[in-house]
Design a protein around this ligand. Structure first.
Ligand SMILES: [Zn+2]
Ligand SMILES: [Zn+2]
Ligand SMILES: [Zn+2]
Length: 164
């Protein structure tokens, strides 16, 4: 593989990753808080189960990445197609680390040093979870939050239940 191909692939992966935040935002706003609220509702409900119906979204969202990897490696080799699959996969990894671990503490770990960006992102998601309804929620992004969600006084919620 030439250096040019590697650079183009890297650019495609980064672009796909960023675009996927937009796809996730759109899905969250119009599908999860729309006709698939039946799945997402479990994520806006206080409970003590390990898994939620909402986790089906993670399964569904892994399909395009798996399909791209499969098709562009085994059926018809194409590094650019693989780069798209990798971008979606990376988004999935970030989503798990940010949303499921750092915000919701499904695994109890949090970075000791938190940037303004990270606090803003977490705060925005707490605001999203302040409501337990299909309608009337705000802040649908997962990895990006606008500046208006900059917390003045930021208090971390310790338990998963408290964030919902
Ligand atoms: Zn939601
Ligand atoms: Zn959440
Ligand atoms: Zn809630």
């Amino acid at each position: 593989m030439s250096i040019t191909t590697i650079l183009i692939c890297a650019a495609i992966t980064v672009a796909t990753f960023l675009f996927w935040e937009f796809v996730a935002w759109l899905t969250h706003k119009y599908v999860m808080h729309g006709f698939l609220w039946v799945w997402h509702k479990s994520h806006h409900t206080v409970h003590d189960h390990t898994l939620e119906k909402n986790d089906w979204f993670a399964v569904v969202f892994s399909i395009p990445s798996i399909a791209l990897f499969y098709y562009f490696s085994l059926v018809k080799y194409n590094p650019y197609g693989l780069a798209v699959g990798l971008g979606i996969f990376c988004y999935g990894v970030f989503y798990i680390v940010f949303h499921d671990i750092i915000v919701h503490q499904r695994i109890r770990w949090r970075p000791a040093k938190r940037s303004k960006y990270l606090q803003r992102m977490i705060n925005a998601h707490y605001i999203h979870h302040a409501k337990h309804t299909k309608e009337g929620c705000e802040a649908f992004g997962f990895l990006y939050a606008p500046k208006k969600y900059e917390p003045k006084q930021f208090i971390f919620k310790k338990e998963r239940q408290e964030t919902q």
